[in-house]
Design a protein around this ligand. Structure first.
Ligand code: A3P
Length: 327
């Protein structure tokens, strides 16, 4: 594919039915656009975001392959960027979900449909914090600062498999008829939501390496979920510096970094009103609480055989060979 993703909103509507289709897993149709399997319902939102999103220099876009730490990154970036506006007590993250605080770019445009002509985020005060699961080359131009979180694909697969079942139950839809082995095979073929996973990661990783030498590119900070677990405070400092809002000496002395880490820990987010039981759901009908499970590294061992792990590792290693990126 060449520039098929740069089509107008009208052309996208005509293009969608012609794109390769995957319906086996998950339960919603995926279409292959520009080498990536994206949810069909999101594609009009991709064209709309290209046409209507009006980037601001201080925008922050949080990017990820699904089930790689998006919810955590949303909480951390929101808490860090808006720490002056929201003191710890009564913080929005104590009540609401990170997914209510930070919306997905392409989903918001897709859900808005043709009702609105302009940027659906126009009324959000600066600095805006947004999120995306789009691959790097499908982002609208000049989105400003991008933070990517990457996770071991084996854990992302397992997390996604378990999440899919929870999300189906939340939406009272029958669970996928496929076995874990079948879903795993599709993942290894790259035929999964936003897959291939390794190509998704590589796009952002290469972009992160181009900056700061190449000033024509978006600034990309590349974080790893496993490193964030090992050193949350260090990664929050990196995040704050990258976002142009480093912690001052006074804040360091006052323990502000640890306060952000605690506020955004899986344990405290799980207790927020929106995330308890079935309190509230996303616009797509998934309970906010379903985004929290164990939050650990290496949990794939409980679900994948060593042979399956070796197969995916080999697929990824071969695809990334020579790139310098490893897992
Ligand atoms: P597990 O299913 O392995 O536990 P995403 O947010 O991209 O959908 O990813 C979901 C994964 O991130 C889940 O992984 C979830 O438990 C974990 N997660 C959610 N919030 C977290 C947090 N605050 N800290 C660490 N991990 C978190």
């Amino acid at each position: 594919p060449t520039d098929e993703h740069l089509v107008s909103e009208g052309e996208m509507a005509k293009l969608i039915p012609t794109l390769p289709l995957e319906t086996r897993y998950p339960r919603f149709p995926l279409r292959r656009l520009s080498g990536f399997w994206l949810p069909e319902f999101v594609l009009p939102g991709v064209a709309a975001a290209h046409a209507r999103f009006d980037p601001r220099p201080d925008d922050v876009v949080l990017a990820s392959f699904p089930k790689s730490g998006t919810t955590w990154l949303k909480a951390l970036a929101f808490a860090t960027m808006h720490r002056d506006r929201h003191p710890a007590a009564g913080h929005p993250l104590r009540r609401g979900s990170p997914h209510e605080c930070v919306k997905f770019l392409e989903v918001s445009f897709a859900l808005a449909g043709n009702k609105e002509d302009d940027d659906v985020f126009a009324s959000l005060p600066s600095p805006r914090v947004l999120a995306t699961h789009l691959p790097y080359h499908l982002l609208p131009d000049r989105v400003g600062r991008v933070v990517y979180v990457c996770r071991d694909p084996k854990d992302a697969f397992v997390s996604g498999w378990l999440f899919t079942h929870k999300a189906m139950a939340d939406k009272q839809v029958a669970p996928p008829p496929h076995t874990l082995e079948e879903a795993f095979e599709l993942f290894c073929e790259g035929r999964c939501m936003c897959g291939p996973q390794w190509r998704h990661v590589l796009g952002y990783w290469e972009a992160s390496r181009r900056w700061p030498e190449d000033t024509n590119t978006n600034k990309v900070l590349f974080l790893r979920y496993e490193e964030m677990l090992l050193d949350p405070a260090g990664n929050v400092r990196r995040l704050a510096e990258f976002l142009g809002h480093p912690f001052s000496r006074e804040e360091e002395a006052a323990g502000t970094v640890d306060a952000v880490v605690d506020l955004c820990s899986i344990h405290s987010l799980k207790k927020a009103t929106a995330n308890v039981g079935g309190a509230t759901t996303t616009e797509l009908g998934v309970r906010h609480g379903s985004f929290f499970r164990k939050g650990k590294a290496g949990g794939w061992r409980d679900h994948l055989t060593p042979e399956m792990a070796a197969r995916l590792d080999a697929v990824v290693a071969q695809a990334l060979h020579g790139s310098g990126l490893t897992f």
